[in-house]
Design a protein around this ligand. Structure first.
Ligand code: RUQ
Ligand code: CUA
Length: 698
């Protein structure tokens, strides 16, 4: 692996420059701090004065720099990323959490993990799946009812308005189980999980259309759609790919399954998708990597998938016109599969919804430029990225400039007619993002580098002397997968910061056993030309993130506390059943017992709850807090229950008291000095025969 190239300028002379830069930065910082105070934030930011360093301070800093073996580049990196206590990051990066099944929110440029958001995997800290959230999780189970207890999150997608992130919702796809999660960014909680009714697994989700009309989820490993069986010998006949358009109801904050639909696709392994915008609005692009329709079979001497899938020189870019698809759905030309609307492949061909275009060898990413004009496809086994032109694609479709049809009768657009440019970048190009300076950035997996290159065409005025050219490469450690720039796949990227989502970390951190963290490396892309240094390494030790998006932090309108006491986060309204202060108590109706409880620093009311074995319990709690961060937990040990009750929140849990005994319940958040005293007893009186908590028959 190539080491990072860095100048090792002597520290002392370099420090003078550094402090000059630091002084300039401090003025900006001071303005920020004042802004924060004007906004009335409860900020503890100290007053920042322009830095004027005394000779004694310079000496002291130089001593520390030398002691810690920091050169000038290191000091610059530190000054670009360090956040004094209380100062907020300018951006938030939402990264998928890979096999953790969650989403991570990371502050940029400090690269501090702000929190995880539980989506597909129960998470006790957030009280998700241990009393509440169970229904959201259960909605994502297999149609057979089989429980899925985790997810493999790949691509987060922020909701958009006119192609810009609007900070309202976040969608996230689960590759392993073909599901989509919907997160409301007011309280950063998962509100909905939908299971794709066609397929076990997927890959190309979630990507949103420019006004979040649809959340796009593309398939990957072809199967008989709808969970049927067919032998692999019938692959071409019975196996199919797909892309699903989930209709999003912004008002309700939910996907409307009844208004959603899917397209049946040929059994090429569809990979990533991206929604067109601007010049390409109304189109969706998806690539694929098994035009060979290989089925593997290493155990019987056949070429393994990796070889079989990469025989041909080209695979297929899928160009899908979702506006036509919408009309076709409205006119009822769909088939019903498990209660879901599917446009058959013949219909897509006949109606002009689907076209293919050749794309070089085993591509991975497909990314649409900010103006929507250029569609960049990176071929893993080709050192180039291939750029398709949206206008060219539309013209080729209109003029029927086809080079043939595939085995299923899908017209293939003539490559030369739709190709805009090809740019040689290096080995293993995967994914591309953009900035505001007319540059594109592509991850090079095999080179372990980030390539910066110039866009041409409509962007040519930015770099007239060298359109469509590689500018520079920055080495990263190691094996970069996705990369993300600030607002980098929106209509107006900010640039400035890029995160290399490095898959291997090898020697970057203290070894953590044979399983090492992934490495998010922050790259400063604020300067033009070849300067593009790595300025921070952040270990991710809780899963393997794939894609991420970076949003300007001030676009997020997060609640600090729930708007009113008794708020039900699932309905995002006050719950009529929420217990009120002074109205607590226990109500029995036959075998049904309802507990109306409140929680406030530092007690629950009531503190004694006595029921009989076998009673059906409805336990309702309102957190009577309105102070930011005054969160209470609530656990009943032994009953697998743990809640996180944020200020104002109402929660309801239902269970059967099938285990007799004495169960202390307590608050699992260190909420106050007398937090240990925030407890009560749940007493379950044994009734007749049965088993007790240790499983002994009575
Ligand atoms: S993947 S490292 Cu997006 Cu699932 Cu490319
Ligand atoms: Cu409430 Cu600890």
């Amino acid at each position: 692996m190539p080491p990072t190239i860095r100048s090792r300028r002597p520290v002392r002379s370099a420090l003078v420059l550094f402090f000059a830069a630091a002084a300039a930065g401090a003025v900006v910082a001071s303005a920020h701090a004042q802004g924060a105070q004007r906004e009335g934030r409860r900020s503890r930011t100290r007053e920042v004065k322009p830095t004027e360093l005394t000779p004694a301070q310079v000496t002291e800093l130089t001593r520390i720099a030398n002691e810690r073996k920091l050169n000038f580049d290191d000091l610059m990196a530190a000054s670009k990323t360090f956040m004094p206590s209380g100062r907020h990051d300018e951006y938030v990066c939402f990264a998928s959490g890979g096999q953790s099944g969650q989403v991570f929110a990371i502050g940029v440029p400090s690269m501090r993990l702000l929190r995880s958001i539980a989506v597909f995997t129960p998470e006790s800290w957030q009280g998700y799946g241990f009393g509440v959230g169970n229904d959201v999780l259960a909605a994502g189970n297999m149609p057979s009812g089989r429980t899925i207890g985790w997810g493999d999150t790949h691509h987060p997608g922020l909701s958009e308005t006119n192609g810009e992130y609007d900070g309202q919702f976040l969608f996230i796809g689960d590759k392993a189980n073909a599901r989509v999660g919907v997160i409301d960014l007011r309280d950063w909680e998962t509100k909905q999980i939908v299971k794709n009714p066609l397929s076990v697994s997927d890959h190309g989700g979630c990507f949103v259309t420019p006004n979040t009309e649809y959340v796009v989820e593309g398939g990957q490993y072809a199967t008989p759609l709808g969970f049927g069986y067919a032998p692999l010998a019938e692959y071409k006949k019975s196996y199919r790919g797909f892309v699903t358009f989930w209709k999003f109801d912004r008002e309700k904050g939910r996907i409307d399954v009844a208004k959603s639909f899917a397209l049946e696709l040929p059994p090429y392994f569809q990979d990533l998708f991206d929604a067109g915008k601007g010049a390409s609005e109304g189109l969706v692009f998806g690539n694929s990597f098994n035009a060979e329709m290989a089925v593997g079979g290493i155990q019987s001497g056949k070429p393994p998938f990796e070889a079989g899938c990469s025989q041909r020189d080209t695979d297929y870019l899928h160009v899908i016109d979702w506006k036509i698809a919408e009309r076709v759905v409205a006119s009822g030309k769909t088939e019903d599969l498990g209660g879901f609307k599917v446009i058959p492949l013949e219909t897509s061909i006949a109606e002009g919804i689907l076209h293919l275009a050749p794309e070089p060898k085993s591509p991975h990413g497909v990314d649409v430029s900010p103006n929507g004009q250029y569609i960049v496809v990176a071929g893993k086994l080709d050192p180039h990225v291939t750029v398709f032109g949206a206008d060219r694609i539309r013209k080729a479709i209109a003029d029927k400039k086809f080079s043939g049809k595939d085995d299923f009768g899908v017209p293939i657009l003539d490559f030369d007619a739709v190709k805009e440019a090809q740019v040689e970048l290096g080995l293993g190009p995967l994914h591309t993002q953009f900035d505001d300076q007319g540059y594109a950035y592509t991850s090079l997996f095999l080179d372990s580098a980030v390539a910066r290159w110039t866009l041409g065409g409509e962007y040519e005025s930015k770099h007239p002397e060298q359109p469509w050219k590689l500018v520079t490469k920055t080495p990263v450690q190691y094996n970069i997968g996705h990369l993300v720039t600030a607002e980098g796949d929106s209509s107006s990227p900010d640039g400035r910061y890029l995160i290399s989502m490095s898959k291997w970390s090898i020697d970057r951190f203290v070894p953590t056993g044979p399983l090492l963290p992934q490495n998010f490396q922050l790259v400063d892309i604020s300067q033009q030309g070849t300067a593009m240094p790595v300025i921070f390494d952040m270990p991710i030790g809780v899963g393997e993130p794939h894609y991420a998006q970076i949003i300007k932090a001030d676009k997020l309108k997060s609640w600090q506390v729930y708007p009113e006491l008794g708020w039900n986060p699932h309905t995002q309204s006050v719950d009529p059943n929420a217990p009120k202060a002074g109205k607590e108590g226990i109500v029995r109706d036959g075998r049904n017992v309802t507990i109306n409880m409140t929680a406030v620093r530092s007690h629950y009311t009531p503190e004694h709850v006595e029921v009989n074995e076998g009673d059906h319990i409805t336990w309702r709690i309102t957190a009577l807090e309105q102070t930011p961060d005054a969160t209470h937990g609530f656990t009943i040990g032994g009953y697998n229950i743990n809640l996180s009750l944020e200020p104002g929140e109402f929660a309801e849990i239902k269970f059967t008291a099938d285990m007799p005994g004495v169960f202390p319940f307590y608050c699992t958040e260190f909420c106050s000095a007398l937090h240990l005293e925030m407890l009560g007893y749940f007493l379950v009186k044994p009734s007749g025969a049965g088993k007790d908590a240790v499983g002994m028959a009575r």
